[in-house]
Design a protein around this ligand. Structure first.
Ligand code: FMN
Length: 200
């Protein structure tokens, strides 16, 4: 287990996320890019907490950093690490363990997915009835993660490839129901400084 100090029962206590400061927003936008080659270096828990807050944390008592249609808040964010899969619980700021083992192969097809230390999976509750509005919220989360990663010195790429293709196996491993709909994934880690990193 990589985050031994923070482990509780079946999960991980996240440190308080960074909610202020960082790279000025226009500088972060100017530097935004997709990374497609990663080192295996672990992402510090502090950075992971900040990234998850950027994606789907609360910035008001009951509202999120990202907008959702009709404030449905019908997304969830799964975190695929080398040793297990977790569900981000923004209210308690914890990762709830959902499955043991390395399941990164279920959230992508490209090689970099399987060696990068963190992959997020954005899931929607399709009973919210938000249809085509749902991916817009996921896009907002993904863009926040791009900007947060840039500010934290990390690379990332949002992906749809390999997500729906693996949905059946994902359902088994994460014990999902028919209402859970995987929308997109996002790979996160330290960029490898090679020519691969520039491939798109
Ligand atoms: C909705 C969406 C789906 C994407 N899916 C993939 C994917 O499956 N695999 C991948 O390597 N990149 C994927 N990308 C990243 C794009 O390849 C990348 O954004 C594009 O090449 C432009 O590069 P940039 O992000 O550095 O500007 C996706 C991007 C978006 C917005």
């Amino acid at each position: 287990m990589i985050f031994a100090a923070a482990v509780f029962g079946q999960g991980i206590e996240l440190p308080v996320p960074q909610k202020t400061g960082g790279t000025p927003v226009f500088d972060a936008m100017s530097g935004r890019l997709s990374t497609k080659a990663f080192t295996e270096k672990e992402v510090p828990l502090q950075a992971l907490s900040t990234i998850l807050w950027s994606a789907y944390g609360f910035n008001r008592e009951d509202k999120r950093v990202i907008p959702t249609p009709l404030n449905k808040q019908h997304l969830s964010v799964y975190v695929f690490l080398k040793d297990a899969v977790y569900l981000y619980d923004a209210k308690t700021n914890k990762l709830i363990k959902k499955a043991d083992g390395d399941h990164r192969k279920l959230v992508g097809m490209q090689d970099y997915v399987f060696s990068a230390p963190v992959n997020l999976l954005y899931m929607a509750d399709n009973t919210a009835g938000m249809g085509s509005a749902t991916p817009i919220s996921v896009g907002c989360a993904a863009q926040d993660v791009y900007l947060a990663c840039g500010s934290l010195g990390l690379g990332c790429v949002v992906r749809t490839g390999g997500v729906s293709e693996n949905a059946a196996e994902l359902r088994k491993v994460l014990k999902l129901t028919n209402r859970d709909e995987p929308i997109a994934a996002q790979t996160i880690g330290y960029a490898k400084k090679t020519e691969d990193a520039k491939k798109n």
